[in-house]
Design a protein around this ligand. Sequence first.
Ligand code: DHE
Length: 830
Amino acid sequence: MITKFKYIHQTMVLTIAVSLLSSVGINSAEAAVPTCSILPNAGSTTVDASVSFTATTQGLKGKKSYSWVFSGSAIPTESSSADVNVTYSSVGDPFNVSLDVTDSKGNAATCSTTITITDGNSTPPTGQALFEEKCIMCHGEFGAGGYAHRSIQGAQASRIRNAMTKWPEMGFLTYLSDTELTQIESYLNSDLPRGERLPKNGDIANGEVQFRQSCAYCHSFGGAPIEPPRPGPDLMGVATAYSDTWLGAWIDSPGTLVKAGAYDKTQLANFPYVMPDLKHPAVDVWDIVNFLVNQEGIGEVVSSDPAFTSDQDPGFETSKQVYFNHCAGCHGIYRTGATGPDIGALRSQAIGTDGLKSILHYGTPAGMGNFGQSGVLTAEKISNLAAYLQLPPPDAPPLPMAEIQASWELVIPVADRPTTESGPEHTRNWENYTGVILRDAGQVAIIDGDTNEEVVRLTTGFAVHILRSSSSGRYFYAIGRDGLVTLIDLWTTIPTIVANVKGCHDARSVEGSKATGYEDTYLIEGCYWPPQYVVYDGLTLEPKQKVDVPMDDINGVTLIENRVASIIASHHEPIWVASLKEAGYVSVIDYSDPTGLDFPIVSNIATAKFLHDGGLDHTGNFYIVAANANNKMVVIDLKNKNLAKMFISGAVPHPGRGANWHDPDYGWVNATPHIGEGKVTVYTTWEDPITESPTSPRPNGSGGSIEIGPWEVVREIALPSSGSLFIKTHPNSPWVLVDMTLSATGYDKHICAISKATGALDRCFEVAENGRAVHLEFNIDGSEVWVSDWATDGQVIVLDSTTLTEIRRFVNLQTPTGKFNVYNTAHDIY
Ligand code: DHE
């Protein structure tokens, strides 16, 4: 077997996206609008060394004006021409470079790239490093042959330069300087091992197995096209259009080819994401290439048969639970889609057994989990699930009020708990407790943020999802995915579960009553299934009312499923706002009890589908929620109970509860990152909703003011990867922090820091060790930020919120995910 990269230079980061073979020209559309690109289109340099960026444009005419923006510690010579020289005074991975170009007719183009700045102490790009960044994909380790098969050991720089003309596929490397080619020459002429060789002919049968297992979700090979199309192009004809060497290099190392600059940025932009490196051994890659070549003479690849075709098969029954546990949250109980796409029986049949199995195994860079690769699902479960999905979904059971009442358990009556007069039974600073969700253990660990002791670990609902604090902060409410609500009293000697109840079969959200006069009085549980919400007594969890949610969507279509997603309590009025995912309505629920515990929906505000997660702005007068299937952010005016604004933010926004801070140029802003693209979108909010008009002047950094209203996108900050789930800040931290938990391009352990002072990305760095970095939470005074290392042997890593250096970690935590500081959660500080 040919070993893959021995040395991968860690410096080059590219923020553009593409899918397999999309970038080699298949299906590429002509650019219809003016575009620009920046060279180098990614790369690295060292602190205090000068780097030159050059812009090229397409479709812009006449005199052009250039406006460059550099994040981080950049010092540009000037920033208004096509060529700029920049030096950076501190390290960063990566810094963003963006450019707006307009021509004299007012046509405009925007482009961006990133640059990584190292401290200069790391290994300089030697011949070996250059070879492994630019050449190893085709020529294999030590230049021994690789997919090109012929050894290039001993090659001279002049021969390499000539090859760029002789072999057009090598043409993209002409940017290598003579010095760099000489360095590669010296490496190829050093004492290199002979290296391993691939067989001349690959194993076509194994290639077919590998193709079905790994490539079939994104790519078909012949046959009728399906709608919506798969992320990657149909591969019929690919082996005629591209050499076997190139196909091998691309399947083996797509990210490295992209980083080496093998593809034009505008071509790449036609596709949703970079094809992931599926980490196949080179010999399997070569077999896939040989299969593709051979299959061109045969024709369409027909998908394999499903494991069963009847809902009476035992595999159907077991898959029901597997689907509920792992798929229903994103795709819906009836599979009609929401955060994830529609995977109803017809769509699943169109994707086919091979396609379904391959996506279930590998996941996608768009956020789908890699259930097979990560060991969550066995090959047998995946095979059964692929068959289950191609059959119609079974009916889901109701949960009537009588059953909810029967599930209610009052463990410690109010009379047996500490009273308001007596106060807590302990002297700990309970407002600085942080509850840590231990998802797969179905537990919550409560940590004293003053003494850094874990005070207690409590068993809650299945795959427990989030915690919310009651208005006073005294109670934590935990919600399990099985719909179990747990009430935890933080005033007892050690935090204690005082009541439980189950109001849903499937749930994600819970919230208390926070208006004056209603503190800790009620709490609401929103159900994913059945389509209902349930209101409980805030001190006992006695069920008060179950309300069915409307089953029509904003377009008047009758729904079979309508999930209650995020719920937020107003601090000013006795209302909750609940996002009805499939319906696209934000419902206003009155808990002031006007007519006797009915907790009605008093208004349904039509917005967009599918609503997911959100939080309050800095005034608490607006609720901002993601309609993530529409790429929109929705703003609800809580005072007037209407839609204030909807705007496009980017591919699949996912803010958590969002982040509020004061931007030097735009005043109060809020922001969301995205699952589907590496970007934080920052938008204005109201400075002061009482006095401000929609176009009130706002401050700008140079001491002047600009006319811009609320809810305008003012910054789009590129991240090195898609897959973000949460953004968070605190008034006492200079940073806005964001994770990239679902990154499929190597950033899942990283978080990024945006400087509040400059509004620019400052740095991205690795935090997690054992798993993915997920969710951020500050302590009570904002001096620390806590990040989860989401793994079976997980940790919570605590950083100083100013220096962003580690100050502590909590270990032996099973799958830590969300963290909720009592004070911040009760007061909606984020
Ligand atoms: Fe969550 C918030 C739904 C997967 C961790 N998640 C939310 C909210 C909803 C939601 C509706 C808002 C609650 C509110 O404010 O009232 N989450 C879903 C899903 O449907 C989804 C996509 C799939 C599923 O099957 O559940 C999903 N969520 C996850 C995860 O995989 C995460 C990372 C870990 C886990 O629990 O499995 C996860 N979700 C969280 C966290 C919050 C959250 C930590 C609260 C963020 C905050 O700061 O308030």
